[in-house]
Design a binder for this molecule. Sequence first.
Ligand code: F6R
Length: 344
Amino acid sequence: MGEELTADTMFGYLERLPEQFTESLGLDLRWAEEMPRRYNCIVVAGQGGSAIGGDVLRTYCQSRLPVPVLVNRDYRLPACVGPDSLVLAVSYSGNTEETLSAYVDALCRQAHLVAVTTGGKLAEWAAHDGVPVIEVPPGFMPRAAAGYLFAPAALLLERLRLLAGVSEEIQETARVLQERRATLLPAVPAERNEARQLAARLAGALPIIWGAAGSTEVAALRWKGQINENAKSPAYYNVFPELDHNEIVGFEAPEDLVRRLALVILRDRDDHERVVKRMAITADVVGRRAASISEVHSSGEGLLARLFSLMYVGDYTSTYLALEYGINPTPVQAIDELKARMAQ
Ligand code: F6R
């Protein structure tokens, strides 16, 4: 990447997220007409920023598709993958070893394969193996290309008539993110900027992000990852109702650590009514022991818009948190070093 990676670089990426969705609508997927319409399972193989779109797809398909969508963040694929399966190998760089290994595994099991990437070995291997490649624009950090990495998979399933209404939901997602962006940009002062206010609350604390199982869980995972990668800070996530059966007890000792936990609850209009009640009681029980407790609400009608709206606030919050710490949000030196050492 030629340019210097600064905080402005990350803000520049974030600003372009809504348009990633509108641009993806122009993808030419006519080649998919030749593909089967029935699969025993659909697997998204990827890691980190390339895998999170798979989680959104899994969440979206849960109530819409009779076959399971699995996200595989490992070298090997599960035993259910075979000639009747569809595997999407997603890697922004095209050089992530776990994803390349899963790609080879899918090939050996004669699964139907599609690669989503900017290039690298994945594009090379796919060209050699006659596997279709959906090309993603280069020049982003993988985690900042969430729209480019998610939309092709969902649009492919729409093209295969496995899902309906995806294009409309992607359009709505772009619109909702544009509206949300207008309130989150660096030019918007703190009094009116939710992400700046959240970052100020998270600064100096250990962020714990709570979502709801099967829905906002993916947004909580994304928040955690973005706080790790952008603010270079530890962060953890968990989900209702499960956290009420264990994590809720862990707010007593050590007191000085508990006092530094900053809780963020992600809220969605489709949260189960019992989960809503749980959120209120849990906040009451543990909230007063922690440093702070905040709520972030989704916006939009469709599930995609709602999930990405929550994720977008997390993207900006984690970038403002980096600024609170005087840290450059863009580079991920620890990941680069690890990948380099693994390659030796
Ligand atoms: C970096 C990032 C990472 C990468 C991950 C996999 O911005 O988000 O989580 O996404 O290391 O690399 P790719 O996406 O190139 O397969």
